[in-house]
Every structure is written in C-alpha cells, then in structure tokens.
Design a protein around this ligand. Structure first.
Ligand code: UDP
Length: 194
C-alpha cells in the first residue's frame, strides 16, 4: 500500500481517503510499521531535531492530526480531512476486534494503560489485550520491558510516552519486534482512562 504523500515543512504526510483502513491494512500485513499522527507541534520540533525528521520521513503512515497540518496541506492544494490519533485508534480497534487482533498498551503513569486495556476488553469484544504497562521505566529496565512485550506476541503496540520519546522508543523496539505495527499515541491513555 504505497500511499501518495504531500510535504509540509519538508515532512511527508500520507494522503488517504480512509486512514483507518490504511492502519488496519498495515496491521493485517504483519510486516511491521511505524504510524505517526502529525500535528503542528511535532512538525515544528522536527525542524530542530533532525533525528525526529528522519523518523517521520521513514514512517509507514503519517496521518494529518491537528488543524494546522490540514491547513498547511490545503495551502498547497491538498484537501485532506483531519484524522485525530484518538479517533484513528478507536475506529481501527472496532475493525480489528472481530479479527482477534492482539494489542499491547505501553505508556502513562502506573495503572493507567492497564485500566484502559481492561475497559477495551469490554468495549471491543474479540480484541485481545495481550498486555499493558506504564511508561516510566529506566534505561536498565528497557530491555526487560521489550522482552515482556515480545512474550505477549502483540500485532499492534500503542506507545504513549510523549513526543518525541515514543518515536525513539519505537525505533529501537522495531529492531526486536519486526512484524509489529507501532502507533505513537502521546497522552491519549490519560484521555481514554477518563
Ligand atoms: N509519559 C510516559 N513516560 C515518560 C514520560 C511521559 O509514559 O517517560 C507519558 C505521560 O504520562 C503522558 C504522555 O506520556 O501520558 C505524554 O503526554 P503529553 O500530552 O505530554 O504528550 P504529547 O502527546 O504532547 O506528546
């Protein structure tokens, strides 16, 4: 699925009529992937942080999250609809749950991702919440965290460690979990946990 892209601030944004479908297809393909929901803050940060810009350029799906990104695309003649990360994940889960997709939730303070996962088991029947844990671990724990995720055999990992920390974590994690699709979800677990 080679979607066309349009540039904003030298960063590619994928143009899709259906971002949910694009994400679901990535997961089904089981070849790994990094999904970025791009907003103006992240695009501005990438102007100063070349490593972040590089990861955005290499990402398998860059979604226009944020009104500023949509506006900038409109200025270069590209009409896209805004696709907020929270809505993208929720609509993808609705489609993935009947297929018994295995997901792992990583991020936020202790208890938060676990609570979100508990709620999602009821909310999305069929979804396999393979595991969840908080996003506060030291460098000494990082490899144990990754092995724990690997043992749960997820197809989709939602990483909510904040931008750009989650993007760098995803870059590392992909070396170990090559067939897993990762989505950076920022502070979304705090919102989902109510
Ligand atoms: N967070 C984390 N580990 C860290 C630092 C932050 O899990 O080492 C979590 C934090 O609890 C919050 C999220 O990352 O849930 C960041 O939220 P924020 O809204 O600041 O993120 P943004 O979407 O703006 O990057």
């Amino acid at each position: 699925t080679a979607l066309p892209t349009a540039p904003i601030l030298d960063l590619p944004v994928h143009l899709s009529a259906d971002y949910t479908r694009s994400l679901v297809e990535l997961v089904e393909a089981a070849q790994g992937g990094h999904v970025i929901t791009l907003n103006a803050e992240m695009a501005m940060l990438a102007q100063r942080e070349e490593n972040l810009a590089r990861l955005i350029r290499r990402a398998d799906l860059v979604v226009p999250d944020g009104a500023g990104v949509v506006w900038a695309l409109q200025r270069v003649g590209r009409r896209v609809r805004r696709c907020a990360g929270i809505d993208l994940v929720e609509s993808a889960l609705r489609q993935l749950a009947p297929r018994h997709t295995r997901i792992f939730l990583l991020g936020a303070a202790p208890g938060v991702a676990e609570a979100v996962g508990e709620g999602w088991r009821r909310q999305y029947p069929g979804l396999v919440v393979a595991g969840a844990r908080d996003g506060f671990f030291g460098p000494d724990e990082a490899s144990a965290v990754l092995e724990g995720i690997a043992r749960s055999r997820p197809q989709l990992v939602l990483a909510g460690l904040g931008v750009p920390k989650q993007e760098y974590w995803i870059e590392q994690a992909r070396r170990r979990l090559t067939d897993v699709v990762f989505v950076g979800v920022g502070g979304s677990f705090d919102i989902w946990s109510g």
